[in-house]
Design a protein. Structure first.
Length: 256
């Protein structure tokens, strides 16, 4: 008996669709995970499967890049780098009611594809620009992302120094890829940065003054804040956390 090659057969349309689903769904799920907060819905997956055009995948990429969730997805990485938080840290961990404005500025910067040089200048010294806008003032919230200590018995001047050190270390780590931790105290033979360099950078950030200026206008109405607070409470119940058992005010997370 001699070997005979299989006769080529045409893949039925249903089988072809199934094959496309098996191949593309993981790819679409991965893409959505990389570019967006949420995985694709069933409707979005079906729309992709029913799109017979050659640029079906490119359309998905464009849709994700145009989505406001794109900024939310990528902003979280930046916010981690610049040590963003909505509370002060330390013992009391007080809420920062206006911190969300900086968070939203970062999200919007990603969504409108703000050039990185402008993204950098606005955060480090946006308030020093000629005719600085409100958004540029908010961007300098980068300099206030450090922890704040309001515990009793502290020496305020000591922590003012630590806040400046935090700004120097964070700025150098994020933009230079260096902590500048060693040259804070002394020179190193093979370190390109000297203690004098550290002192110069520290002197720049030491001029930052601490003032809170609550903005009069509110992005959301009271009704919207209440609705958002109720939604957050519902999410907490789903994960097994009873909001009724605490005295925590979560309304600030709704962007009051």
């Amino acid at each position: 008996m001699t070997w005979q090659p299989d006769t080529p057969t045409t893949v039925p349309a249903a089988a072809a669709a199934t094959q496309k689903l098996e191949v593309s769904s993981p790819l679409i799920m991965l893409l959505c995970g990389a570019k967006s907060i949420a995985p694709p819905t069933l409707a979005e997956q079906e729309a992709f499967l029913n799109d017979k055009s050659d640029d079906a995948f490119e359309k998905v990429v464009d849709r994700l890049l145009e989505s406001p969730h794109y900024g939310e997805r990528f902003a979280q990485h930046w916010l981690d780098l610049v040590r963003f938080a909505e509370t002060d840290g330390f013992e009391h961990d007080l809420v920062r009611p206006e911190a969300w404005r900086y968070r939203d500025w970062v999200i919007e910067a990603f969504n409108r594809n703000l050039p990185f040089d402008q993204f950098t200048v606005d955060q480090i010294a946006g308030d020093l620009l000629p005719d600085a806008t409100l958004a540029q003032h908010i961007a300098t919230g980068f300099n206030r992302n450090h922890r704040g200590n309001a515990e009793g018995g502290i020496i305020p001047e000591e922590f003012l120094v630590e806040y400046v050190v935090d700004r120097v270390e964070t700025t150098s780590t994020v933009w230079l890829g260096l902590t500048l931790g060693c040259c804070r105290c002394h020179d190193h033979k093979y370190d390109p940065f000297l203690q004098a360099d550290y002192s110069r950078l520290r002197a720049h950030f030491a001029a930052v003054e601490f003032h809170d200026y609550p903005l009069k206008e509110s992005r959301r109405t009271d009704a919207q804040v209440m609705a958002r607070t109720a939604q957050l409470a519902g999410c907490d119940r789903v994960i097994g956390f009873d909001m009724g058992g605490t005295s925590t005010d979560v309304s600030h997370f709704a962007g009051e």
